[in-house]
Ligand binder design. Sequence first.
Ligand code: PMP
Length: 407
Amino acid sequence: LDTLDIKTIREDFPILKREVNGKPLVYLDNGATTQKPKAVIDAILNYYTDMNSNVHRGVHYLSQISTDAFEVTRRKVQEFINAKHDYEIIITKGTTESINLVASCYGQKFISEGDEVIISAMEHHSNIVPWQMLCEAKGATLKVIPMSEAGELDMDVYKSYLNHRTKIVSVNYVSNALGTINPVREIIRLAHENNTPVLLDAAQAVQHIKIDVQELDVDFLVFSGHKMYGPTGVGVLYGKEEWLNKMPPYQGGGDMIKDVTFEKTTYNELPFKFEAGTPNIEAGIALNAAIDYINELGIDNIKKYEDDLLAYATERLLEIDGLRIIGTAKEKSSVISFVVDGTHPYDIGVLLDKLGIAVRTGHHCAQPVMEQFHIPGTVRASLAVYNTKDEVDALVAGVKRAVAMLV
Ligand code: PMP
């Protein structure tokens, strides 16, 4: 665990100094949202203190500097995921909006009655419901790749699903409920052999694993700023130019048009065609600082550190009698979901909170996953780069104490 100086990193996150219920905060709910480094908080403050004004509109000075700062983020994202063009980066509100955009616009153009959409058994609700809505509207069919007891996708079934009716495959890179890293290269390769595009939900991947969209050859990739040390209210849709150009716009409004008359409107070019209305400007600008922060630490260093910490946490939690980890895939990232015999996840969560330890309990917006494992939910500890072995020890001690009280 030596490459990164975690003590110094922790200093960058003001909130980590606070206490909760009289105890030092142990924040292990990073899958829900990460904390923000001072550089991100300062970027938001600086925007309102020094440059607040609308983007892409004014000729005046403030509008130019805020537009420039917003566009710097677009190019930073481009570089971060190695997109070929900056106009392939659409700034959205977050993962959910990005998926809804693709389901709506790609769906409108390319999906008709009798077609098929493939997702997986371990998707977040935001990568289930938009496709369900689309399929219902179009008379298409949703196919779900099943997973094993370990939480690994059944690739043989996936292969058997692909056919001339398959119009899109949409799966997560890393499962937020189980931590499974999916074999995305193989998923994409097989889909492309079938001439089917793939959307990757990278909401739980982009902050942990180096992503290169050209190397992956993925057609759409989506993620949220707030899970990668950035602000809420901003996210990304990467789309290959050829697809984005073929898709109709999402919402109508300002910024997405070229010319408007009451008879006919012509649309703006990429990326603005998909960015109607005033965006979340301060969040867009501050996302740049979040990516800088990740780049300074180095995504590969982050991955190594978190993988070691995940292994340590797994080993230590398994010391606890009756504790069962849900999701035991060979390839995992940053998430440990567990249940303890004779206890309800919610009760463990409440008792941990009394000790200042923040975890998530429940179905993690992945109810079908819980159904497969016949459990009401799990306790989920999800790691970020500022977490430490000491915090894992505090979690283990806390769970032991909770179990002693509950069983
Ligand atoms: N997909 C995955 C895998 C997620 O973990 C989440 C957030 N928990 C989402 C999608 C939705 O992201 P957001 O709420 O930021 O739109």
